[in-house]
Design a protein around this ligand. Structure first.
Ligand code: FE2
Ligand code: FE2
Length: 269
């Protein structure tokens, strides 16, 4: 029991660092896509050390708690982003900055790396990959019917959820490998939040206040629904990581409000 408490304490102490908010990495300016490309290149060249040779075996309790949940997140991270790339290509041709497309490709590569990390971890623990999941299918379907802005909003919603989720997963397991992976993912995800907000800032320039306000209200609804569904589906990991539903709710909205401030989403934080 004492060991478990000590483990929880050390994990909590590590959280400010793994949240990435205090990492001294390049800080791209808003909608400065060249700076984002440079950031993604820098990040890819300075990844955290991951001890893949770790021989820790998940306990049966851990396995029961995280297997299905990690399967879903691994699948969610695996998108090739074909649809959003084709929407972005159209946007760039009509009026955008070519560099945005390159930055978006780099961002998608990072998400695929997340998927590969989780898949590699699952392989070490004999957890099979899944190829379909209801929530993932809904998100993919939404991204397919949405325009670029709505697709980015759906992706940003997933990024916001990923923050408390990977923090919870980090605390819910004794696996050194999985904890290292969570730390790297959190360090990346915190930048992804700003990347997506910068994209929305670009897309909402010269937009009427009312239209942006309505879109932002839709984002509230999307995040509310997602928080409810994700809590229902991943409660075991979130609770083991120290989140009550109220804490999970507060944490997701804290990220949302930090990113958008009190604005209606027309200006990023
Ligand atoms: Fe990710
Ligand atoms: Fe992400």
């Amino acid at each position: 029991m004492k060991t478990k408490m000590a483990h929880r304490l050390s994990a909590r102490q590590a959280l400010p660092a793994i949240s990435g908010e205090s990492q001294r990495l390049p800080q791209p300016a808003q909608s400065d896509w060249e700076a984002w490309i440079a950031y993604f290149q820098h990040n890819a060249a300075h990844l955290m050390e991951i001890g893949w040779q770790d021989n820790y075996e998940l306990t049966s309790d851990e396995r029961r708690m995280i297997s299905a949940s990690v399967q879903q997140f691994q699948l969610g991270e695996s998108s090739e982003g074909k649809h959003v790339l084709s929407l972005a290509r159209r946007y760039v041709v009509s009026r955008g900055d070519e560099n945005y497309l390159s930055a978006l490709k780099s961002f998608i590569r990072e998400e695929q790396r997340h998927s590969q990390y989780l898949a590699r971890f699952m392989e070490t623990q004999n957890i099979s990959l899944t190829h379909s999941d209801a929530i993932d299918s809904i998100f993919r379907c939404l991204r397919h019917i949405f325009n670029l802005e709505l697709s980015i909003m759906a992706m940003l919603t997933a990024e916001i959820i990923a923050m408390p989720y990977y923090q919870a997963l980090h605390e819910a397991t004794y696996s050194p490998l999985l904890r290292q992976i969570c730390r790297q993912l959190l360090r990346d995800e915190v930048r992804h939040l700003q990347f997506q907000v910068d994209t929305l800032y670009m897309l909402r320039q010269n937009r009427s206040f009312i239209v942006t306000g309505i879109t932002h209200a839709c984002h509230h609804i999307l995040l509310t629904g997602t928080v409810l569904v994700v809590w229902h589906q991943h409660k075991s990991v979130l609770a083991a990581g120290g989140y009550s539903f109220a804490a999970f709710w507060r944490e997701t909205w804290r990220h949302f409000h930090r990113l958008f401030g009190q604005s209606n989403g027309a200006r990023s934080a």
